[in-house]
Design a protein. Sequence first.
Length: 220
Amino acid sequence: MNSVPGLPKRRKRRSTVENRDRIIRAAANEFESSGFTGATTAAIARNAYVTEAQLFRYFVSKAELFRESVFKPLNRHFLDFQSSRLAPAGRAETTAEQSRRYIDELQQFLTEHSKLLMSLVVAQAYAPGSLDGASEIDNLRSYFQRGAAMMTGRMTARPKVDPKLMVRVSFATVLGCILFRNLIFTPGLATDEQIRAAIRDFVMEGINGNVDTDGAGAPN
């Protein structure tokens, strides 16, 4: 049907998919800037150009919206990190070279997604019950399992620390340095490259030292 001359054109109605995408993007931005407790569904709806009633038509609670806009993207990011950025290099690498590349890429990955990760940390600390038990990202758990298997495969003696624990401690070390960078590393203390190198060397020392010197058998 042709529009009537002189009358304003009727605005095209957005689809359900488009509205959901708008809400999820707005929610991610709001959670990044305000955290889980500070974010409001009113602000999210306003920034998504929908009403709050429309928002609750698609998402029954703020916790569900948090999972959709933070948990699911992080799941995808970790899956991508494992499948592409942790893929073997095109040439043969020594164990030290592989460990160095892994830690460097982990630092880069966590830096790129530090805002989403900080939103998750704050939500876990200040509103754990509101997440309805969603305490672990599936692909992060898979990442830990893969990392522990890689560590175990390289060991020829009994480790001092279970690789399942060591991979999580190593990850937490890098994550803490990234998320609390401004608090820990005061201006003028070191350059960005020096900080990255220090984190890498510290984690590598921990991983490389995780074997008994007496070589008492294979890892459990």
